[in-house]
Design a protein around this ligand. Structure first.
Ligand code: GCO
Length: 266
């Protein structure tokens, strides 16, 4: 197998959750560019329609579902339909997630539960739905989207950090439990990426950089926010045979944040 063949996803079915926009969309674009058939799901008809347009504009023939990934029956029905129409899922990218920033001592239990459900339990549900067929076929790739918050805490993101830290261990556990079936489960841990999700912490209401923006700059050796496309290469690697002996790894794509103490005050 040469280098190009190693990274090829020709003939593979990739399910990317929450891939109507942002990081999920960029990852789907990356996987499609190396030959994968893209299936995505999102939470409403409206975002599915907008996404279908965006995929068509990018020249990608994607199949979209509206699916609540925290609902096991809905996920199982979607996976069944994908299997019957396109074939079994070869690559699962657990990307869908949510965040709510507020002090923990003010966080209603419902908010905590919603974040844990969406950012941790849904990933269990989706992986569980695709594992039996991957085990039978002795082949499969599961990629979880972790975060800086899988390693570090900060004010206002208690539930998100707890879920993303849990997802890191779920990644290692899936790798441990199913590695013998030639299933690789790894994670991508994006650093601070300029997406809709981070808009509120990047810009004030007039579009000017926030103090948090300057803080992130001082923490990022690359001296810039990431862009969603920075995740494409790492996703292709973890979805392809190039990573067949890489298992339980968290690949941080953070411009160096986790290696750096931070810029000294001038
Ligand atoms: C925050 C959150 C997220 C980040 C991300 C960092 O600091 O508010 O952690 O907004 O996007 O997950 O990896």
């Amino acid at each position: 197998m040469n280098g190009f063949e190693m990274f090829s996803l020709e003939g593979k079915v990739a399910l990317v959750t929450g891939a109507s926009h942002g990081i999920g969309f960029a990852i789907a674009e990356g996987l499609a560019s190396t030959g994968a058939k893209i299936v995505f799901c999102c939470s409403s008809e409206g975002s599915k329609e907008r996404a279908m347009k965006a995929y068509a504009e990018a020249g990608i023939d994607a199949k979209g579902y509206v699916c609540d990934v925290t609902d096991e029956n809905a996920v199982n029905a979607m996976v069944k339909d994908i299997t019957e129409t396109l074939g079994p899922v070869d690559i699962l990218v657990n990307n869908a997630a949510t965040i709510k920033r507020m002090p923990m001592h003010e966080m209603p239990l419902e908010v905590w539960n919603k974040i844990i459900n969406t950012d941790l339990t849904a990933q269990f549900i989706c992986a569980k739905a695709v594992l039996p067929s991957m085990m039978e076929r002795k082949s499969g790739k599961i990629i979880n989207l972790c975060s800086m918050m899988s390693e570090l805490g900060r004010e206002t993101v208690a539930a998100y950090a707890a879920a993303k830290g849990g997802l890191k261990m779920l990644t290692r556990n899936i790798a441990s439990e199913y590695g013998a079936y030639n299933i690789q489960c790894n994670a991508i841990g994006p650093g601070y990426i300029a997406t809709e999700q981070t808009k509120a912490i990047r810009e004030d209401e007039n579009g000017n950089p926030t103090p948090f923006h300057h803080f992130i700059m001082s923490k990022t050796p690359a001296n810039r926010w990431g862009i969603a496309k920075d995740l494409m290469g790492p996703a292709i690697f973890l979805a392809s045979s190039a990573s067949d002996f890489v298992n339980g790894h968290i690949l941080y794509v953070d411009g160096g944040i986790l290696a750096y103490l931070g810029k000294q005050p001038q």
